[in-house]
Design a protein around this ligand. Structure first.
Ligand code: NI
Length: 196
């Protein structure tokens, strides 16, 4: 509960995104004290329908971002990869999820290439869906994201988003969270209590 309260208080000031505007636009994100996590229905990188139930039975590390993100997302996913190497070298103790906040561009086909990027966790699931399906998942995890156009062209945009790795237990219950800028050691230390 303490971690949850901390999360709710820290989120508005500690949001980071994929452009420098993130800090400015990261307001009014969290209201209420509802729990983190909940049902979702999305498609994975193999174009199969998945829900939160498909990832139960193992603890989960879940990150929301988008494949076009130049640095924030790759950094966080590479940290997840390094943590996997340390705590879960065979990749069978934890389920690793990347949920897109950019369903317009992140198709299951493009996510398939993305989740296989070097340094990312082995077996990383890349999830996308309709805008409505993504909104439901974002709401469940209190995730902030905001499309920011970069020029007059509507196709030219980035997405500011919260930079948080959620740690859920094997029953899908929120346990802890990390920021993408937490060190591998910090994340590993916190997870070691629950994994392995
Ligand atoms: Ni990103």
């Amino acid at each position: 509960m303490k971690a949850l309260i901390t999360l709710i208080f820290l989120l508005p000031i500690l949001l980071f995104g994929c452009s420098e505007q993130a800090a400015k636009s990261g307001q009014n994100v969290i209201s209420g004290t509802a729990e983190i996590g909940g049902p979702f229905n999305l498609i994975n990188q193999d174009n199969l329908l998945v829900s939160e139930n498909d990832f139960l039975g193992k603890p989960q590390l879940i990150y929301f971002g988008f494949s076009y993100c130049p640095d924030i997302c790759p950094t966080a996913l590479q940290k997840m990869g390094a943590v996997q190497e340390e705590l879960d070298p065979d990749g069978d103790l934890i389920n690793y999820l990347f949920i897109s906040v950019d369903p317009e561009r992140d198709t299951s086909e493009s996510l398939k290439l993305y989740v296989e990027s070097g340094g990312f966790p082995k077996g990383l699931s890349g999830l996308t869906g309709s805008k409505e399906q993504i909104d439901i998942a974002k709401l469940a995890f209190k995730v902030y994201s905001q499309k920011v156009t970069l020029s007059d062209s509507e196709a030219d945009y980035t997405v500011d988003h919260s930079d948080i790795i959620y740690f859920m237990d094997e029953n899908g219950i929120f346990k802890d969270f990390f920021f993408g800028r937490n060190t591998i050691q910090e994340i590993g230390q916190a997870l070691r209590k629950s994994v392995g």
